[in-house]
Design a protein around this ligand. Sequence first.
Ligand code: Z5A
Length: 210
Amino acid sequence: MIRGKFITLEGGEGVGKTTNLTFIKDYLAHHNIPVVVTREPGGTALAEKIRLLLLDPHSETISEQAELLLVFAARSQHIKHVIEPALSQGKWVLCDRFTDATYAYQGGGRNMRISTIEHLENLVQGSLRPDLTLLLDAPVEVGMRRAKKRGAFDRFEAETISFFEHVRRAYLLQAELNPQRIKLIRANQPLTDVQREIIDAMRFLVRNQC
Ligand code: Z5A
């Protein structure tokens, strides 16, 4: 059985990850590629409970270290019960956020040590890394404006502009450090243009499959 491909979608607040997830799923279905769509934090019953704890704006103050460990605890469950089984059955996995989000939010936003994140990444993931990451990038104000339309803020959305500027910078650094894997998509454009860039970035992977 040929192993499936692992695609992740990343970016800051309101850049359009959820919107484009459906678009990508349909694009893969059009090419007869079986795909499992999932998200982080989350993807299993336990990981979804951890997600609720992480996003709850009324939870007790969560230390930066606890936040990082919760993110990786959820990821460990997700990999074992969803991601790895699907990939080994030849399915593709399309995941709304993955470890680049940890580098961006806990590394960039919370200023946690990158070496600690790397250590946990190796511990929890072994050699698992995405085959392709689409990083939707837009100025922070654009994403926040779009996200605001949704109403009540979760624990992350209540952060300051400066926090999200650090997140964005950390994402862009990840893209610079991993140019083969991470494709930058300019998300501050009309949706049809964003989706054209997404298809361009995915074409190579999809063509090799068909
Ligand atoms: N987190 C973490 O800290 N560490 C980790 O390791 C991981 C996650 C994995 C999960 O949030 C939180 O967990 C996240 C980081 C943290 N916190 N934050 N913030 P999430 O991923 O579930 O939620 P999110 O980032 O807040 O995603 P989002 O706000 O749902 O944004 P989105 O999915 O990127 O955007 P959207 O919902 O598709 O679009 C927003 C609106 O913009 C919507 O009305 C669209 O119709 C509109 N839109 C989209 N594209 C366009 C274009 N091109 N033009 C105009 N309008 C558009």
